[in-house]
Design a binder for this molecule. Sequence first.
Ligand code: ADP
Ligand code: MG
Ligand code: ZN
Length: 538
Amino acid sequence: MTAKALVQRDFTAVIGLEVHVQLETDTKIFCGCSTRSNTTEPNTRTCPVCLGLPGALPVLNEAAVKSAVKVGKALNADIAEETQFHRKNYYYPDLTKNFQISQYDAPICADGQLSITVEGDRREVAIRRAHLEEDPGSLTHQGGNIDTAEYTLVDYNRAGTPLMEIVTEPDFRSPAETRAFLSKLEEVLEYLGIFDPTEDGSLRVDANISLIPTEEVDDGSITPSALESANRTEVKNISSHKGAEKALAYEVTRQRNAVERGRAIEQETRHWDESRGITVSMRSKEAEKDYRYFPESDLPPLAVADWKDTVSIPELPDARRERFREEYALDTESAAKLTSTKAVADFFENVAEQFDPALAATWVADNLLGELNYRDMSVSDIDDRFEEFTYLIELVDTGDITTKNAEEVVLRRMLDEELTPEAVIESEGLGRVDEDAVVTAVTDALDENPDAIEDYHAGENGAVNFLVGQVMQKTGGSADPSDVNTLLRERLEEWYCQQLLKVIQSCSFENRVVVRRFSRLFRTEYQADCLRVNSRKV
Ligand code: ADP
Ligand code: MG
Ligand code: ZN
């Protein structure tokens, strides 16, 4: 095809992802070294196995297998009865054995799917396979980036961390879809309790992308020959959802520009340079045969069947969202907020057991999560203070404290100063609202501020706010501002009626009748009623 003909064709971006997820286990996948540390000191969590010393033999970590089975179940995949490990051979400084123990033709999970929602449309993304492997160590390039560094440091602490590589079919048609997928995947993994999204580099993505003539991308499915013949690039080193979207957006534009100029796309591996926001060519793409896969003879085939039956998974985010909507009559937005993480959902359900679900939802979704987010905290930070929070909600529920004080004073100080609700209430003097004191304060505020009354009747809304402020001050903040507002407005209207009454009283009898007849013309029902009642007494 000529360059000109190429330019005139319409192309669709076709994208498939290979996602590497670190499984949160206590120890590494083939040795007893810890996967966590409170020190960042390099090369402190290593042993002959993860350093690949001669004669050291791998022993499979059961926790990693269980996690893989959970992933398989959550992705609705087929879980193998028996699986096997293979050696994937290459030279890399971050894996001293010069091979990675991975899986080849017998992955632990295959043929799954995950549904995503993009711009309101729900779609299934097909998962080709998900297999177990070991993470390499980490490299730090000194004095430059990957190709300009003076030298590179190697840290083997990460080497041997269990990884699951999840490979999708090329089902994405835009960078935004990959972002939705990665968020969803992360959410599911977090629900499974096998993944820590806050850990640096716990999710890493290789993104494959090609441009395929739109007519060959036939309503979602592509002909295998079109997939085969399209030259694709594989972008490596992506470590976040946003990174994936940006790297792919860059790559779509780069490939489109090339095609429009009649240039061919090289089949190659490219590196995402996060700081520069570009992809750079690394090497021509390696093919499967380059890795010389062969069975890992130090590990026998693994019978997965037992775990398949015994390992269970919790209710997943979509199902939980749906149930929350029905069981607690929540709207879509609240249900989404309250299921954003498993910890939040569990917290909410525990609160909802004790209170009216609507109150529980408002408190957890709006007040608590809002204040936590603001402080960069999460529900897990206050897990051991559950009783303190429910006690606060109880005080609101029984009217012992106003919603405003509970949130803006008590909750905030509880979080900022780690105080108990009792301690804050005591120190702020926020006990039960004394209703007589509020009424007195309202009377005093009106007596002391005749100008504000005039302003109110002249239509100035700010006047009420001013008076509310006065009452709040007089009650030391313990009154409920919205109750005070209502009370003030009543009293202000009453005042207006009194003035009218005075006018009526000074009228002749005939005029009084007229005034009563026309009382329905007064500004509010309340005034009219008030006048009707009172003028009878005149
Ligand atoms: P490789 O063996 O080279 O890694 P695979 O066929 O295993 O290639 O596919 C790896 C990833 O590339 C998968 O996520 C798959 O969806 C994706 N992929 C395959 N063909 C294409 C294509 N033409 N365009 C974009 N992505 C593709
Ligand atoms: Mg690959
Ligand atoms: Zn080790």
